[in-house]
Ligand binder design. Structure first.
Ligand SMILES: NC(=O)c1ccc[n+]([C@@H]2O[C@H](COP(=O)([O-])OP(=O)(O)OC[C@H]3O[C@@H](n4cnc5c(N)ncnc54)[C@H](O)[C@@H]3O)[C@@H](O)[C@H]2O)c1
Length: 253
């Protein structure tokens, strides 16, 4: 489908990759609901792009339902969902203070993996209320995994497991929703220059950039948004995880 005129939900839309997706989708004529736990930043992005904002924690079902209702009221049932909400965190299995606290593992799994699934299941229910378009398509869901799903580094057990889970659910969810004309695709970004990495000292950013075969620079969030927009328009892309990483393979540390 084209983006023009369609209702889109973007989680994590207040910052980084998600906010760039909101801007690009709005530029191409989509009607965007910016969903983020950071309500003030979500409002600011929504104001900029003429969309609406919803303050929502993706782990909280009632809050997601309220966010979807805000989008539906403003723009109609969403045919497009992009899940970018996520958190990082690195810790070794056994550190100086003993074993990694279980909560550190479950918190990351809960926000990244369970949160993504939670938004998918509730957004799918909304999506199925829309009539199919001429080609039979009802909607498309794009999730954000990471190259860490494949080459997780030392200390990344929780993050890599959460992103591996998102990669693994791509095909079964695409199979599950195929009967309704809903596609599911995931993007696995390498290293992108978002607030997360922008906080690192310049020399660390440079050293990260040199580890990328080509182009030897951190990814530009606009490149992520452009791939997300392409996925929306390409009906044959379904059930796949696409690496967007300049041929980067993360070393052990
Ligand atoms: N930047 C990179 O290099 C990179 C690489 C691989 C994967 N990713 C993934 O891309 C996604 C976006 O990352 P980013 O770099 O733009 O980070 P970011 O911190 O700039 O943006 C993440 C957004 O998610 C929101 N968020 C966090 N927890 C939430 C929750 N429980 N409910 C709702 N919103 C929540 C944050 O408030 C923030 O606005 C993440 O899932 C991240 O794991 C990023």
């Amino acid at each position: 489908m084209q983006l023009m005129g369609h209702s889109a939900l973007v989680t994590g839309g207040a910052s980084g990759l998600g906010s760039q997706v909101c801007r690009e989708f709005a530029r191409q004529g989509a009607r965007v609901t910016v969903i983020d736990v950071n309500g003030a930043l979500a409002e600011a992005v929504a104001r900029d792009i003429g969309g609406v904002a919803a303050c929502c924690d993706v782990t909280q079902s009632a809050e997601i339902e309220a966010a979807i209702a805000i989008g539906r009221k403003a723009h109609g049932p969403a045919r497009i969902l992009v899940n970018c909400a996520g958190i990082g965190g690195a810790k070794r299995l056994v550190g100086k203070n003993g074993p990694m606290p279980l909560e550190d593992f479950t918190r990351i799994i809960n926000v990244n993996l369970v949160g993504t699934f939670n938004v998918m299941r509730l957004a799918a229910s909304d999506m199925l209320s829309a009539d199919p378009l001429d080609d039979g398509e009802r909607g498309v869901m794009i999730n954000t995994t990471s190259v860490a799903a494949y080459d997780g580094q030392v200390g990344q057990a929780a993050y890599a497991a959460s992103k591996g889970g998102i990669a693994a659910l791509t095909l079964p969810m695409a199979r599950d929703l195929a009967q309704f004309g809903v596609r599911v695709v995931a993007i696995a970004p390498g290293l992108f220059l978002t607030p997360l990495l922008a906080e690192l000292p310049a020399e660390v950013q440079e050293s990260l950039a040199t580890s990328i075969p080509f182009p030897k620079r951190l990814g530009n969030p606009a490149e992520f948004a452009s791939l997300a927009a392409h996925i929306v328009t390409n009906l044959s892309l379904n059930g796949e995880v696409i690496r967007l990483d300049g041929a980067l393979r993360l070393p052990p540390r």
